[in-house]
Design a protein around this ligand. Structure first.
Ligand code: AHG
Ligand code: MN
Ligand code: MN
Ligand code: MN
Length: 332
């Protein structure tokens, strides 16, 4: 494998394929540096004062972990002065963050889940950062309305996983590439090119403790998988659930699988558990760019017209043939 750094990869993408411009390249570089800083903060763990609760709630009604707040701050500070952004929005902030007047503004909108899987942080299990990039519609102020664009409008999406290694997974709408953080050199190096998700799988990821709250199509699908060789699928399936979406999606990117956080009667009023704009959309873009599928059970997630920044959706994504099967069960 050629050892190509993220910086070189981005410059070559800009030069040869013209898929990105200088501002988008800067944006991705800055986000990757912020992820590096988050990775370092996470790595200090119990030696620094970064674990545990921050003692505040976010707009989702969740208790914020210190690292939710720290990661949000790192991303905001890294991105506000470069001149590449019109605005930012985050899981941890009710309203979009305007670029301070003392800095120039750019044409892009950045959305992020600064720390995904934060319930895992205190038990030393993989967590991550998810991000999505949109263009600010011309002539529009970067307020909430400017952000409300369907996932098909994303110009770039990615996530970092802080696991045994720190990885950055990126799509510019031209396939999916994986970069590994070289901790000694302090840079990301391309380690997997044009990743493809196998179309078939025998592995599923769902929080089965919610089983009694699911809708009938999901009940039917999971029951068929659990029946294994003795059921209609005539083969055994294996289950995995990390409870960090980044880690579950990354496993699917590497070896296939289906990830589901379906609608259930507990989250029905909110529309689901996961958030459309900074969890479902960027992950759907990556999964689809890798040959997988992503739906809310009925329609492609990327086609949903968002109505609010923190809108929630049911999420079913991963290996094409399994996602199509569950979606067909919903549409019957
Ligand atoms: P976040 O930590 O950003 O709030 O997201 C948590 C999400 C997601 O990462 C994961 O798939 C899911 O919540 C886990 O939910 P359960 O605890 O209900 O299994
Ligand atoms: Mn949260
Ligand atoms: Mn999350
Ligand atoms: Mn989060």
């Amino acid at each position: 494998m050629r050892h190509i750094t993220l910086s070189r990869f981005l410059i070559e993408e800009q030069r040869s394929k013209n898929v990105i411009c200088g501002d988008l390249r800067l944006l991705i570089e800055v986000v990757s540096r912020a992820c590096k800083a988050i990775s370092i903060a996470i790595g200090k763990g119990g030696m620094a004062d970064v674990l545990g609760s921050a003692g505040s709630d976010n707009v989702q009604g969740e208790v914020q972990k210190k690292l939710d707040v720290i990661s949000n701050e790192i991303l905001l500070e890294a991105n506000e002065w470069g001149g590449h952004l019109a605005g930012m929005a985050s899981e941890e902030m009710e309203l979009p963050h305007a670029i301070p007047n003392r800095y120039p503004k750019g044409e892009y909108l950045l959305l992020f889940d600064p720390l995904d899987g934060s319930s895992n942080i205190d038990v030393n299990v993989s967590v991550g950062t998810i991000f999505s990039v949109l263009r600010c519609p011309e002539g529009m102020e970067p307020d909430e309305k400017a952000f409300l664009q369907p996932g098909t409008q994303q110009v770039c999406a990615g996530y970092a996983v802080y696991g045994p290694t720190t990885l950055l997974v990126l799509t510019l709408g031209d396939g999916v590439n994986v970069f590994t953080l070289d901790r000694e050199m302090g840079r990301f190096v391309l380690t997997q090119e044009n990743v493809r998700i196998p179309e078939d799988t025998r592995e599923f990821a769902i929080n089965a403790s919610n089983m009694r709250f699911w809708e009938p199509p999901v009940q039917r699908y999971i029951n068929e998988l659990l029946a294994g060789k003795e059921g209609p699928r005539q083969q055994d399936f294996n289950m995995r659930w990390v409870a960090s979406m980044v880690a579950d999606v990354h496993r699917i990117l590497c070896r296939g699988g289906i990830f589901m956080y379906p609608l259930d009667s507990k989250t029905l009023a909110k529309g689901g558990k996961l958030r459309l704009m900074y969890e479902a959309n960027p992950m759907s873009m990556i999964v689809e760019q890798a040959g997988g599928r992503a739906t809310d059970g009925r329609r492609p997630l990327l086609e949903i017209q968002p109505e609010s920044l923190h809108q929630r959706v049911p999420v079913i994504l991963g290996s094409k043939n399994e996602v199509e099967r569950v979606t067909a069960y919903h549409l019957k």
